[in-house]
Write a new protein. Structure first.
Length: 277
């Protein structure tokens, strides 16, 4: 069964008049879910829906009238494959105002232009696109931040989401215009990181106890537990939810993740990220 999360601002809103919106999100380690919730808290009464749940349902996706938002991460300087698929399949024709917020870690490339162009080609360009910097959780390259560094990133991110919420409430227009070099770099990196073998370097340590957490947090059903061990089926999103949420830290990715920490947004629980369907 698909779940819808109703969010009502539990503190004094930034805005005197609340806005009702439907927000769709994709989140592997919680950053974009935190962003969707923060936007919703500041707008007023909003409905938040998981993009993977909607895609798994197989039902036609018809977005409601009014304000519609998408919050998702940046992967390999581009749009996650599941989000690309979602915006091409979703019917946004009734939406009066559409916003997109992209969460990123080190460098976002020209992802704002990318999502704008994808949605424009699908029939409904967004009215507002922005990005918010958060903790980078791409474990093969980065060691996730902790302590004061993470706290500083969280404070800055909340401010970024609150500013975005104010601009969305005012229905401001924000169309991206990236420099050519950023677009070129984005295309090169994004193409290099796509394919059916993105999960070929995952493996498990002997500490794996077959608990199945990795299967439950995988947003695209790419993992099954067979003979008490995870098996990857080669339609990976590279969200790294499996490796970050393993309670035994038993999942590794090549030789690049040993000795590194794991990450989940401190305001999001493991239960929040587990599949509901």
């Amino acid at each position: 069964m698909m779940s819808r999360m109703k969010v009502k601002g539990d503190r004094k809103s930034l805005l005197e008049k609340t806005m009702t919106a439907t927000i769709y999100y994709f989140s592997g380690t919680g950053n974009s879910l935190y962003g969707a919730r923060t936007i919703a808290e500041n707008l007023g009464e909003c409905t938040i829906q998981s993009i993977p749940e909607l895609m798994r349902s197989g039902h036609q996706i018809v977005c409601p009238p009014g304000t519609v938002g998408i919050v998702c991460p940046v992967y390999s300087l581009g749009v996650p494959l599941i989000v690309d698929d979602f915006v091409k399949k979703a019917d946004l024709s009734a939406a009066e105002y559409v916003f997109v917020i992209l969460t990123y870690g080190a460098y976002p490339g020209a992802v704002e232009d990318m999502i704008y162009n994808i949605m424009e080609a699908a029939g409904r360009a967004p009215d507002y696109v922005t990005k918010v910097k958060m903790a980078d959780n791409y474990l093969p390259v980065f060691n996730p931040p902790t302590g004061e560094k993470l706290e500083s990133l969280m404070r800055s991110a909340r401010q970024g989401f609150e500013v975005a919420a104010h601009e969305i409430h005012e229905k401001q227009k924000k169309v991206p215009h990236s420099f050519f070099i950023h677009k070129l770099m984005g295309r090169i990196v994004y193409r290099a990181m796509k394919g059916d073998a993105l999960d070929k370097d995952f493996y498990i340590d002997p500490t794996c106890n077959g608990c199945g957490t990795c299967e439950k947090v995988c947003p695209v059903n790419n993992i099954t537990i067979e003979q008490e061990r995870p098996v990857w089926h080669h339609h990976c999103e590279s969200c790294f939810a499996c490796i970050h949420h393993c309670p035994e830290k038993a999942i590794q990715y090549g030789s690049k993740t040993r000795g590194k920490g794991r990450y989940r947004n401190p305001e999001v629980s493991l239960k929040d990220l587990m599949r509901k369907s």
